[in-house]
Design a protein around this ligand. Structure first.
Ligand SMILES: Nc1ncnc2c1ncn2[C@@H]1O[C@H](COP(=O)(O)OP(=O)(O)OP(=O)(O)O)[C@@H](O)[C@H]1O
Ligand SMILES: [Mg+2]
Length: 237
């Protein structure tokens, strides 16, 4: 069973008398453990799709099954429960809170869920900070970190609930190519531990890290290709 399945997914925005048809009937399934790059021109609906997959927005019509459950019909409360339990988010602009330290930023999703912070949650957040290579920066605030370091905090934060599915909208969009590779190495390693990752990118060399590349155009799937079979077919010596 795919972890994510969308059927005839449609998203329209209404602006006065004008209707913008952003997603025009998408049919896509993503398997558990896959690493998908979502590409396509600016305005093709990538972020719109990510917001729906992340249960931050609802489709106009069509179905979205997450782990076999039709989330398009759930109440707002049930959706926020789904977000906390199964989903992790990474954004292009990191979205850290400037007044909080590295560890406090990683703790934030727990705070939003009303979980009481204690020695166990702190230890977990410190361990995540160490995992992303920020063990020496636990008390730094975002402005005292480089862009790549800030994105690593965001990755650690996305993992605090041990989500099955990580959604990343242009996670390297603000980073230079070397730092981007470090972040992609980290996401790739996460994927190898079993996390399903769906990532938006504009860059082919970033998409090359994924196992599958889906391109959107005009609200539809334009192409859908696997990278990993290409790797296997690479001729030896
Ligand atoms: N809240 C909104 N109200 C009206 N139109 C919107 C809204 N959000 C997005 N759109 C429109 O939907 C279309 C798709 O936007 P979306 O942000 O999904 O594109 P994208 O593929 O992520 O582009 P980019 O690569 O530039 O990030 C755009 O034409 C945009 O103007
Ligand atoms: Mg976008």
């Amino acid at each position: 069973m795919p972890i994510v399945q969308v059927r005839e997914l449609v998203k329209d925005y209404h602006m006065g008398d004008v209707t913008v048809n952003v997603l025009r009937g998408l049919n896509l399934g993503f398997d558990e453990g896959d690493f998908v790059a979502l590409m396509g021109p600016s305005g093709s609906g990538k972020s719109t799709l990510m917001n729906i997959l992340g249960c931050l927005d609802r489709p106009t019509s069509g179905q979205y099954y997450l782990r076999g459950q039709d989330v398009s019909r759930m109440s707002d409360d049930a959706l926020s429960e789904v977000r906390c339990t199964y989903l992790g988010f990474i954004f292009q602009a990191y979205n850290l809170l400037p007044q909080y330290t590295v560890v406090e930023n990683i703790e934030l999703p727990l705070v939003y869920q009303g979980i009481t912070l204690d020695a166990t949650t702190t230890a977990r957040c410190v361990a995540l900070a160490e995992m992303v290579g920020l063990g020496e920066r636990l008390d730094h605030r975002p402005l005292q970190l480089s862009g790549g370091q800030q994105q690593r905090v965001a990755i650690a934060r996305s993992l605090v609930n041990d989500p099955q599915l990580v959604l990343a909208d242009e996670p390297t969009g603000n980073l230079d190519s070397r730092t981007s590779d470090e972040i992609m190495m980290m996401l790739s390693n996460l994927n190898k531990t079993g996390k399903t990752i769906i990532m938006v990118t504009h860059e082919n060399d970033i998409a090359a890290w994924a196992r599958r590349v889906v391109r959107l155009r005009d609200g539809r799937v334009e192409s859908d290709e696997r990278n990993d079979t290409k790797t296997i077919l690479t001729p030896a010596g």
